[in-house]
Unconditional design. Structure first.
Length: 166
């Protein structure tokens, strides 16, 4: 059975009162044994003794995994995460394209105001009125648009865009 490797680790899976071997750390975190040894030898994961086999306290492993995690970026309704800048950025001139994905989910596509990278995020169609107030909607791909949804704000924005008022 192939092993799944992952970049984010759940420190809540670690039993803090247990002692883990390198193999146990590999199975728990889904990493290669060389990665676990690198954590011990190079990145500062504390081991119990200097003798082999290497053993690690669960509390030390949980603290190590928490310290390795990047903080999640909190985004305002008008912000997107730019993967090139690696920070929250606003849309270039507040312009956005909308693509309707399903009955309840849409996708906003914008351009980063700093580096010009394409950014996107999903949103609930229940918040369509708020989004139309925040962004200048340039294009709407409404091939999957549901008739039961209130589309008055989209239609108004489309008509304005055709006349060049955006």
């Amino acid at each position: 059975m192939p092993r799944k490797f992952r970049k984010r680790f759940n420190p809540r899976l670690v039993k803090t009162l247990r002692t883990y071997s390198v193999e146990d750390v590999c199975q728990l975190c889904g990493v290669h044994p060389n990665t676990a040894l690198s954590w011990i030898n190079k990145e500062g994961l504390k081991r119990i003794d200097d003798i082999y086999p290497y053993l690690v306290h669960g509390q030390d492993l949980a603290e190590f995994l928490i310290a390795r995690q990047r903080p999640k970026i909190k985004l305002a309704p008008d912000e997107f995460k730019c993967f090139k800048c690696r920070v929250a950025r606003k849309a270039w001139e507040g312009v956005a394209d909308i693509k309707i994905r399903s009955q309840s989910i849409g996708n906003l596509k914008v351009i980063c105001e700093v580096c010009g990278t394409n950014m996107n995020k999903n949103f609930s169609l229940k918040t369509m009125q708020q989004i139309s107030k925040i962004f200048k909607i340039q294009q709407v791909d409404d091939s999957l648009l549901i008739q039961s949804m209130d589309t008055s704000s989209i239609c108004e924005t489309k008509q304005e865009g055709q006349h060049g008022k955006i």
